[in-house]
Design a protein around this ligand. Structure first.
Ligand code: URA
Length: 259
């Protein structure tokens, strides 16, 4: 049996309007629970078993929602921002109000961003001790040293003294002359942490500048390459199950207690 919640909260979350709009609708007899018109919206209902109708149409309850966004450049990974468009703005008016991005990508980074209202899963994926892999594709400018793979694999101290855990570097092409006349390399870097500007700062240690960055995966979740920057889609049941199992699996490996 699920958790009982207030009728107005249920309908707000399912995007039927604001709390006051729902109250008005109830007064007008537009809301039914289990076949009865209800005029009070502060009553508790059982989302799993009670049947709620709004203007005669059933309102099914989904406790959690999960979307994969291909984040474009120029958009911030936040729910609100005074200056820039946010990743939540990209979902449009109809989206539920409690969604948030799982972690952050820089404003100029593209690629995979998970949007959800599932705080537990977000924690599973972000907690440093969970060691969830995040893979990035990057274009880096500057001479990529011979021993870059080794340097990344050893873990490193960033320029400000912060240390980061080992990263797995794969070089797709190395030191090809770019448009700027500088050597440019195409690389894949997999890291388990998510420190501020981490990928950019790791390449800085190697004497290179990241000129393009795109996240390809987070744990078992791979960016759907059919999504253009700015596009999103709901996760499939298989993707959700796999992400959840992964969080639990790494937790066991670390011998941590469940939250
Ligand atoms: N590392 C960065 O430097 N930037 C990102 O957006 C993500 C990882």
């Amino acid at each position: 049996m699920g958790k009982a919640i207030r009728l107005d909260k249920y309908l707000v979350e399912m995007d039927k309007g604001s709390r006051s709009q729902i109250k008005e609708a109830a007064k007008k007899g537009r809301i039914q629970v289990n076949g009865q018109i209800v005029k009070q919206t502060d009553i508790k209902i059982e989302p799993d078993t009670d049947k709620v109708l709004f203007d005669g149409a059933e309102v099914a309850y989904r406790a959690f929602e999960y979307y994969m966004l291909n984040k474009p450049q120029g958009v911030v990974s936040a729910t609100e921002d005074n200056l820039h468009k946010t990743v939540i703005d990209l979902l449009g008016e109809g989206c539920r109000r409690d969604l948030f991005p799982v972690g952050r990508l820089d404003i100029d980074t593209e690629g995979l961003l998970l949007l959800t209202n599932d705080g537990d899963l977000s924690h599973q994926l972000l907690a440093p001790k969970k060691h969830v892999d995040k893979q990035y594709f990057a274009l880096v400018e500057g001479l990529l040293p011979e021993d870059s793979i080794k340097q990344m694999a050893q873990g490193m101290t960033l320029k400000d003294g912060v240390t980061v855990k080992p990263g797995q570097l794969e070089i797709l092409s190395r030191n090809q002359l770019g448009k700027s006349g500088q050597p440019v390399s195409k690389v894949l870097l997999t890291i388990q942490e998510g420190k501020f500007h981490q990928v950019k700062r790791m390449f800085e240690v190697l004497g290179c500048k990241v000129i393009y960055l795109k996240r390809l995966s987070m744990g078992s979740l791979q960016l759907d390459e059919r999504l253009q920057p700015g596009e999103y889609r709901p996760l499939s049941e298989a993707e959700i199950t796999s992400l959840k199992q992964q969080g639990r699996g790494t937790e066991k490996a670390d011998g941590e207690k469940a939250e």
